[in-house]
Design a protein around this ligand. Structure first.
Ligand code: FES
Length: 214
């Protein structure tokens, strides 16, 4: 009885060797050489279609994997990070550490944590508000407006306020970046900083609240 069953299978596809199921199980299309002369062209066509489908799927999968890898490379700000000048500060030596002594009273600059400029939410506004306040007179805030997420100006306006170029929100750095004008719904999140023995400005904690719009 067993032999008759095998005979029936061999009759339907006599050219298929006994171990042909292995490649099918692994999802690899059988090569054209696996077929006999009568079915050759049809199998070649099937094989090409399957190979083409695999290439098409791979073309989508590779960019997706690359994007995932880039996303994972985004680095969050952390305590101990050295702050370096951001390109948004005009005339700054971009990428070089901000020295506390660089800032005059009533002036502001923008910085990133070193090697973490790939995330705009890491952009930080540092302002010297005067002796006796903050870290050696310096305070720091997120530079991302809480209205719709634009980056604020690095330089303070004539009133000593942090201003947003998009819809004219203004924040007072002497009062914990409280909103003093415009549509921003809440202050800029503050960031604890310190100054190390070399005069570099260092991150000393995390933002006081969520960066950007809620
Ligand atoms: Fe800053 Fe609108 S995004 S005021």
């Amino acid at each position: 009885m067993t032999d008759r069953k095998h005979d029936a299978i061999d009759t339907r596809n006599p050219a298929v060797p006994p171990d042909a199921g292995t490649s099918t199980m692994l999802g690899v299309p059988p090569s054209p050489q696996e077929s006999d002369g009568r079915l050759g062209r049809r199998n070649v066509l099937k094989w090409l279609i399957r190979a083409g489908y695999g290439t098409f799927a791979l073309a989508f999968a590779l960019p997706a994997l690359a994007l995932k890898s880039l996303t994972q490379a985004t680095k969050a700000l952390a305590k101990g990070d050295v702050l370096v000048y951001a390109p948004t500060t005009s005339g700054a030596d971009v990428g070089q550490p901000l020295k506390a002594a660089d800032l005059k009273e009533g002036s502001g600059v923008q910085v990133f944590p070193k090697d973490k400029s790939d995330d705009q939410n890491n952009l930080i506004e540092v302002v010297r508000i005067g002796a006796g306040s903050g870290a050696d007179g310096l305070v720091a805030f997120s530079a991302i407006c809480t209205h719709l997420g634009c980056a604020v100006y690095a330089e303070l306006n004539k009133s000593g306020e942090i201003a947003c170029p998009c819809h004219a929100s203004r924040y007072n750095p002497k009062e914990s970046a409280k909103v003093v004008g415009g549509p921003a719904p809440r202050p800029l999140p503050s960031l604890p900083i310190s100054v190390d023995q070399d005069g570099n400005v260092i991150v000393d904690g995390n933002f006081s609240s969520k960066v950007g719009p809620q």
